[in-house]
Design a protein around this ligand. Sequence first.
Ligand code: GLA
Length: 470
Amino acid sequence: MGYCSWNDCASEVTEERIKRVTRALIDSGLAAKGYRRVNVDEGWLASRDANGNMVADRTKFPSGMRALGEWVHAQVVPGHGRVMKYGLYTSRGTCQCSTMKYQGPGSAGFVRQDAAWMAAAGADFVKEDSCCGSQTHDVAFRQFAEMRDALNATGRQIFFALCGWNTWYAERGASLGNSWRIAVDGTNWATLSGCVNRNAQLGRFARPGAWNDPDLLQGTGVGSNDRATNPNGCFVAREIPQSRDWYLTEVQARAQFALWAVMSSPLLISADPSQIGAGLLETWGNEEVIAVNQQFRPGGPYQGSRLLGGDLFWDPELQRGGGTNVWGKMLPNGGWTVVFVNNGPNATTIHCDIGCYGPVVGEERRSYSVRDLFARKTIGTFSVPQTLVAKAVAPSGGSAMLRLELVTDDMVSRRSLRSEAFSRLPCKTASPTGDWGGLCRATESASSGGGGRTKTRKSKSKRGKAARQS
Ligand code: GLA
């Protein structure tokens, strides 16, 4: 959980922006709720020196990356202390993903050196992109494995985020890093709907310390990144062609957040929290939705699944779409959550009957208290086999989200569920505001797995040290 500079600032990210965003995460209360990672995406690396060492762009980062890391780490989150974390970006190819304003060298041929450099700069997170790198599966796996090993060799606890834009990383993801991008950049409701569709097939690959990554939390773009609409923006849109359509409506941003929670996706805000509106702050700051993201039923499944509906569709030109979805995720102590989404052009009532939730939740005659997570209100009781109904879900990306908790009558089943579940817990669980990344990163060599048969094992070596995250 935290911030990533890409959809906020593109390659125009600066030290000043990073400091301002860090303070904003803290002052807005978001850091106290778990948003503690401050990840500098592409744009900080200028070149290499004669010895091949990374050289930061000192016009944008006058103090240098190490000093910035120290500054981030020194910030105090009231009630929590110095818990902020710092992230850096590189690419496994020969170059980074250039924009009209930026071109930087990649890590190909410099993997150990770059890993050591970033660790020395204080990185707690490294995102490795795939630009100027081979898209052949084996080569990509080998290159990511090289960086994994190099990061582990530093002895520093570093969350390793793979960025390869394809679902085929999922099968090997847990053996390579802590998260892996599954699709192209999700910068508007069309691409994000596509990310959701892809992720619907990948739930079985997610587990503590290893997560599918459907990309960043995209703001509304209003009052944030583009200088044309905001004097406090970072970039001039025409100089960053990638930034076209970098926005969602408030309604879509809420659906994205609900879905990212149920899909146990990384929650990386890509906007400046000091500039976003009250609606977005309420959405991203909703602790009950954050809790759904951070919690899971011990023993799994760790990622929620699509219970009903097919692919969501959205046409960015026409600003119209189609498809309704119901998603569900199992939570600790017999609880579960359900998310309804409507991409169609009219408000729609969506039903989830026992045929919808039964296969995941079970058909035992249990009773639950029901909480509306957006309204933050307990709205009644629900008993299997009743049908859950979300009335008049708003069109064009509207959503509703409920959390169901076993009622006290079911204390006995609740206790048995808990003890059974915890005995199967493979890794340390995360608290709602904790950070699941890196708790149990697999450290086997990439070559030993494959074809869905990858194993994870706990390492006692230095690599194991890097695998644990505080
Ligand atoms: C790719 C990645 C993005 C971002 C940009 C930087 O497009 O998918 O997340 O890192 O590169 O150019």
